[in-house]
Design a protein around this ligand. Structure first.
Ligand SMILES: [Zn+2]
Ligand SMILES: [Zn+2]
Ligand SMILES: [Zn+2]
Length: 202
C-alpha cells in the first residue's frame, strides 16, 4: 500500500494522493481521492484462496484434452459448455478476467451461463491449471505456468507492466527479513503511477 497522507512531502506520493482511484482526474486538481474501503467495495469475482502458494501445478502445462481428463476424474460432467470454457482458457496467453472469458465463450456458444464459467475457473485453479492475481479491475486468471511475475498497475490510467521474480527478489528478501514473513508478490498487483502519468502529474 502506497502512503497517501496529505503531509507527505514525497512528490510521487502526493501525486498519487491527488488521483481518484482508477480514473483520470486531469485537469481537475480538486478531485478528492476515494477512501481505501470504497475502492475495495466492489466484490471480487471469486473468493481469494489463501492457500494459493500451496497449490499443485502438476497439470499446469497440460493440453485442453489433459485438463478435461483431470476435471472428469474429479467427477465433473464435461458438458459442451465446460469443454468450450476449457478450450478458450487454454488458448489464452497472459491474463483474462472471468467476465472477459465469459464474453468470449458466449460469443462462440451462446447460452453459456456466467456462473458455469466462474465455477469452472475455480475448479481449474483448484487442480493447479490456473492461478489468479488481483489487478486494478479485480481478479484475473493466468495459466499457472505463466503466473510467476509481479504485476505493476497504474492506478490512474490502468497501464500494466510486469516485474520478473528475479527483479523482485531484493524486495522479497527485504520483506522476509521483517519477522520472517514470506511474501507472495504474484498474488496482488503493486499499484502506483506509470512513468507517463507521473510526467503528466508534474
Ligand atoms: Zn486472491
Ligand atoms: Zn500477469
Ligand atoms: Zn498511468
Amino acid at each position: 500500500m502506497v502512503a497517501t497522507g496529505p503531509s507527505s512531502s514525497n512528490r510521487t506520493n502526493s501525486a498519487i494522493a491527488s488521483l481518484s482511484h482508477g480514473r483520470p482526474i486531469f485537469p481537475d486538481p480538486a478531485a478528492i481521492p476515494r477512501p481505501f474501503a470504497e475502492r475495495r467495495a466492489s466484490p471480487l469475482p471469486l473468493p481469494c484462496r489463501c492457500n494459493k502458494m500451496l497449490q499443485s501445478t502438476a497439470v499446469s502445462d497440460g493440453t485442453s484434452g489433459d485438463v478435461i481428463g483431470v476435471l472428469r476424474a474429479r467427477g465433473l460432467r464435461m458438458t459442451p459448455q465446460r469443454r468450450a470454457i476449457v478450450a478458450e482458457i487454454m488458448r489464452t496467453r497472459g491474463h483474462i478476467s472471468p467476465t472477459a472469458l465469459a464474453r468470449k465463450v458466449q460469443g462462440e456458444m451462446p447460452g453459456v451461463n456466467a456462473s458455469t464459467v466462474y465455477r469452472t475457473l475455480s475448479l481449474l485453479e483448484e487442480v493447479g491449471v490456473l492461478s489468479h492475481a488481483h489487478l486494478e479491475g479485480g481478479a484475473e486468471y493466468h495459466r499457472a505456468e505463466e503466473a510467476g511475475h509481479v504485476h505493476l498497475t497504474c492506478s490512474n490510467c490502468g497501464a500494466e507492466d510486469d516485474l520478473s521474480l528475479e527483479e523482485a527478489e531484493a524486495l522479497s528478501d527485504l520483506i522476509e527479513r521483517h519477522r520472517e514473513f514470506l511474501p507472495d508478490l504474484t498474488h496482488f498487483a503493486i499499484s502506483g503511477l506509470c512513468a507517463e502519468c507521473r510526467r503528466l502529474a508534474g
